[in-house]
Ligand binder design. Structure first.
Ligand code: F6R
Length: 244
């Protein structure tokens, strides 16, 4: 079931999402958290860091798995998702580095990297709470619009729409890697609870398609309609095309 909450602004969205993570870790100190990168979760991660720094939450027993990583970028590359996570969350909280998992952009054997990642998530007991952003084209993680849903962690070729959207972080569109590793739709759907965040007018069509459109791999996020426990947090601008 999908519960949609319209929040006042991105700060309120961040607070609401962080509250879900705090509740999850309070209930289960060794929770497995699924994490995302991009602009959307940054306020959430700031709130989580604040909660740690003020003694509200302890991350020492938590395990994390990130959704995706660019193929070819080293963990020290400023646009790699490992680097993003270190900068925006991990270095501000007390999680041991070995408990944080991000696919390796430099893996020599992509198939083994993806297979091992999927197995590690399962061995950890599965993801308790997964945070997701939403692509302008309806993608979740790097599962792009396609003719079929991909089940497990795999390699993808990014679409022009995603390269355009992500070039803001690079010197030019040419610098954006063309491939990425991503958890599959099946991997994401196995999470016990999901919180999806979307803000800004550019996301309004994707939000409407995800919540009110048909379930189709042409809008990968629409599959979340079939998940038993999804919270969607949006601002007014991203909610503008919802009709119900
Ligand atoms: C990032 C990810 C992507 C983003 C999406 C939205 O790990 O999986 O699906 O969540 O592209 O990106 P932002 O938040 O930058 O608008």
């Amino acid at each position: 079931m999908m519960k949609v909450h319209i929040c006042k602004d991105t700060e309120a969205m961040g607070k609401a999402a962080a509250a879900l993570f705090i509740a999850c870790v309070e209930e289960k100190p060794n929770a497995v958290l699924g994490l995302a990168t991009g602009s959307t979760p940054i306020p959430t991660y700031s709130e989580m860091a604040k909660a740690y720094q003020t003694g509200v939450i302890d991350f020492s027993k938590v395990t994390t798995f990130n959704l995706d990583e660019y193929v070819g970028l080293a963990p020290t590359h400023e646009q790699s998702y490992r680097y993003f996570m270190e900068t925006n969350l991990f270095k501000h909280i007390n999680i041991p580095t070995e408990s944080t998992h991000v696919l390796s952009g430099l893996a020599a054997d992509p198939e083994a990297e993806c297979g091992n990642y999927e197995a590690m998530i399962d061995a950890a007991g599965g993801i308790d709470l997964q945070i997701l952003g939403l692509g302008n084209n309806g993608h979740i993680a790097f599962n792009e619009p396609a003719d079929a849903f991909a089940a497990t962690t795999h390699t993808v070729t990014l679409t022009e729409s995603t390269i355009e959207a992500n070039k803001r972080f690079f010197e030019s569109a040419d610098e954006v890697p063309r491939k990425a590793y991503t958890m599959g739709i099946g991997s994401i759907m196995k999470a016990k609870k999901i919180v999806l965040l979307a803000n800004g007018a550019a996301k309004a069509d994707a939000v409407a398609a995800m919540v009110e459109g048909p379930v189709t791999p042409q809008c990968p996020a629409s599959i979340l309609q079939f998940h038993p426990n999804v919270v969607v947090l949006v601002d007014e601008a991203a909610a503008a095309k919802l009709t119900k």
